[in-house]
Design a protein around this ligand. Sequence first.
Ligand SMILES: Nc1nc2c(ncn2[C@@H]2O[C@H](COP(=O)(O)OP(=O)(O)O)[C@@H](O)[C@H]2O)c(=O)[nH]1
Ligand SMILES: [Mg+2]
Length: 450
Amino acid sequence: METIAAIATPLGTSGVGMVRLSGPQSVPIAARMVRTGRDIETMKGYTGCYGRVFDGEGDIDEAVVFVYRAPHSYTGEDAVEFCCHGGPYLLRHVLRRCLELGASPAGPGEFTRRAFLAGKLSLTQAEAVMDLISSTGRQSAAAALAARDGSVYRAIHELCGTLVHAAAELAAWVDYPEEDHEAVFTAELCGTLRTVREQLAELLRTAERGALVRDGVLTAIVGRPNVGKSTLMNRLTGEETSIVTDEAGTTRDVVECRVDVGGVPLCLWDTAGLREACGKVEAAGVARARQRLERAQLVLAVFDGSAPLEEEDLSLLRALAGRPAVGVLNKADLGGGMGETVRAHLPETVCLSALTGEGMEQLEESLLRVLALDSLETGAAVLAGERQCACAGRARDLLGEAIGALEAGVTFDAVGVLLDDAIDALLSLTGERAGEAVVDEVFSHFCVGK
Ligand SMILES: Nc1nc2c(ncn2[C@@H]2O[C@H](COP(=O)(O)OP(=O)(O)O)[C@@H](O)[C@H]2O)c(=O)[nH]1
Ligand SMILES: [Mg+2]
């Protein structure tokens, strides 16, 4: 096995930067490039020392050197980490020294790939490492961390175990059928397959919510002019993001900003007030507002809660039928009580004052409920990425076919084939039976040094 080396931190100027080595020659290479008071070759795992990294021409940088001994390292191999100063020149120079002494440059994700091949983690756990690195909010980080701990692996492994058991019984039945009990056997098998299929379907539904949490929810703030959309935008971003005035038609372009609300990243769009516009510019703004309203995954529909509803308010309410939307009765500080019609259309409606901030916590709760994210428990298994979802989807569909075949009285042999294919799909998901192409594809998305 080759010894690999890579810079593991971004190539910018920073306090500290890291170069890592993994493979049998890691420790001997480190011993030849670091001057220190200790004998690096005999250092135990999980120990470190201070020294100077040098090459044929002299010292390069100071470094703290950590030694890991197989199998107790990320990759399962002997490994070394050099924590140097985070200057791109220094890090490249230290890396070059590792390569001169016999290491090969690591490919994308090669450290994690070695961990996978050494059996230190499943394929879903490896994918979770990348998801964890790229997580954008508390909820997506929690889901990725749980997957890193094996939540997805365990969930799929258990379903797979149930199917393997069912397939074994089916095979035994084909060899030794008991004519009298065939109906009972078929019904029981159908029941088992239905349960597994439903659990896969539930995992796929959760995955959709997981994707929202990971990628950010496209959220349009809409309503007629002057109801306080831009004030709400600014309240949510905590800054003067949008211009606020008491003139109708202030906002024309779509103002965008990303915020974290209750652990969920929202991509907020503040838009022009919906009305028959007065001028060319405002009309263009209203057209943009309507486009965003179409595209949004979540709508914050703002109304002036202190005044009677107008025709524009009612037409907005009608347009929102069946969409994920929260009604916002704004200007609660001016007194309210106009909310009945809005509530009748939008069950999740909150009274608040964007100006004073009162009621903002309820907005957060409503929003999580509308997105069905309030029930997403931390630690739950959340399938991540197209690959995982495609495997789970294939297994679910194959089970559907198997159930259909059983109900239609197709031969047990044929059902057995479908079951085997479903098991294959799940084993490919966890990586227990994934082809090299699949494994390559997974790690090609990783960064170098991870
Ligand atoms: N009293 C009160 N006034 C508000 C509130 N929200 C916004 N306003 C005022 O309403 C006017 C229009 O606000 P703006 O955010 O520009 O509305 P937009 O046209 O919907 O974007 C401004 O004068 C704001 O100060 C609120 O919660 N209470
Ligand atoms: Mg505005």
